[in-house]
Design a protein around this ligand. Structure first.
Ligand SMILES: NC(=O)c1ccc[n+]([C@@H]2O[C@H](COP(=O)([O-])OP(=O)(O)OC[C@H]3O[C@@H](n4cnc5c(N)ncnc54)[C@H](O)[C@@H]3O)[C@@H](O)[C@H]2O)c1
Length: 315
């Protein structure tokens, strides 16, 4: 098993720490704020019972996972002997540039340097580094210990062997890597999510549906299938002759729709009063944190169900 450094121990750093420790790695946490790694380790101890109850500790006992976690006293100590570095500092290109320069100078020569960046292309903060060939983005969905998908995004100069090694590393940690062939703004998942959100805002802005009804369309409709198959497999199974048959039958429907989908909607414009009003009526602002905890518990139950269903019915 490898030694892994977590640089930045906030939301995402602590999430990766669970994921990598569950896979058997020794995980060392570092943060610019003293005490943050210890707080992250305390947080992890707090979610362990729920993970254990849902069978999501990968056959480990909570104390085995806890024993693999440690807080480093310095950045140098965190990087000592590591094979993989997962950077989770704030989403600011100047911060990423500075942190990656430190990582490249201090990490072992063969360590992979991966950033969790949500939307900054790896070429924007690795170009001038001596070790730029070992740098890439590994973008998770929050929380990474419950959502397997992670986008692996190379810069133009990332060594293909580093991409392959990172893919293997993620797979053995129970993740489902999306390996991009080259970098692109929004990667894959935010581009798809953005297309869906743009349409959701447009339907509300143009007065066709309430926000609750748009949510029902996903929650009680499309997402039931999407939680175990993607859009391509969905259409492949939705026509007797497969995907080609589907496109022959139904492309026309979508072609009629597309022209009315070209106009941009300002999400922060007039429509926001309606969206915010409807949401806050349904969920008062002081209940947001409670509902986030509920969401994570539902995600755990879904992850556990998916695992069981894959065993019982097939993947
Ligand atoms: N929150 C999400 O849903 C989400 C999802 C996917 C990816 N990401 C990405 O993950 C990264 C971290 O986001 P987060 O939500 O965990 O933020 P966060 O604010 O919870 O954590 C950031 C941590 O980095 C620390 N930090 C700041 N400067 C540092 C430095 N120079 N060296 C070491 N540590 C430093 C902070 O003290 C803080 O603990 C961002 O790039 C973000 O875009 C976030």
């Amino acid at each position: 098993m490898a030694r892994v450094a977590i640089i930045g121990s906030g939301f995402i750093g602590r999430g990766w720490a669970i994921s990598y420790a569950r896979a058997g790695h020794d995980v060392v946490l570092w943060d610019a704020v003293p005490g943050a790694p210890d707080q992250a380790i305390d947080y992890i101890a707090g979610v362990m019972p729920d993970l254990a109850a849902n069978g999501l500790l990968g056959g480990n006992k909570p104390e085995e996972i806890r024993a693999r976690l440690s807080a480093a006293a310095s950045l140098q100590e965190a990087l000592d002997g590591v094979a993989h570095v997962q950077e989770n500092t704030p989403e600011d290109v100047e911060v990423k540039r500075k942190v990656f320069a430190q990582l490249d100078a201090a990490a072992p020569a063969n360590a992979v340097l991966a950033s969790s960046s949500s939307a900054i292309l790896p070429s924007k903060f690795t170009e001038d580094l001596k070790g730029r060939a070992r740098c890439l983005v590994v973008h998770p969905i929050n929380p990474p210990y419950l959502v397997p998908a992670a986008e692996v995004v190379p810069a133009p100069w990332t060594d293909p062997a580093v991409v392959e090694r990172t893919r293997d590393f993620l797979v053995t940690a129970g993740h489902a890597p999306i390996v991009m062939k080259k970098e692109l703004d929004g990667f894959v998942m935010n581009r798809m999510q953005g297309a869906l959100l743009e349409e959701a805002f447009r339907l509300v802005a143009d007065g066709y549906a309430s926000i609750e009804d748009v949510d029902i369309g996903i929650r009680e409709g499309l997402a039931l299938r999407w939680s175990f198959m993607g859009p391509f497999e969905t259409i492949d199974l939705n026509a007797p002759g497969g995907v080609r048959d589907y496109v022959e039958r139904y492309q026309g429907i979508y072609e009629r729709i597309f022209p009315s989908q070209q106009r941009r909607v300002d999400w922060a414009g007039e429509v926001m009063d309606q969206v915010d009003g409807e949401r806050r009526k349904k969920l008062p602002a002081d209940k947001l944190v409670e509902r986030q905890v509920w969401r994570d518990r539902r995600l755990m139950a879904l992850a556990a169900h998916k695992r069981r269903a894959e065993d019982d019915i097939g993947k």
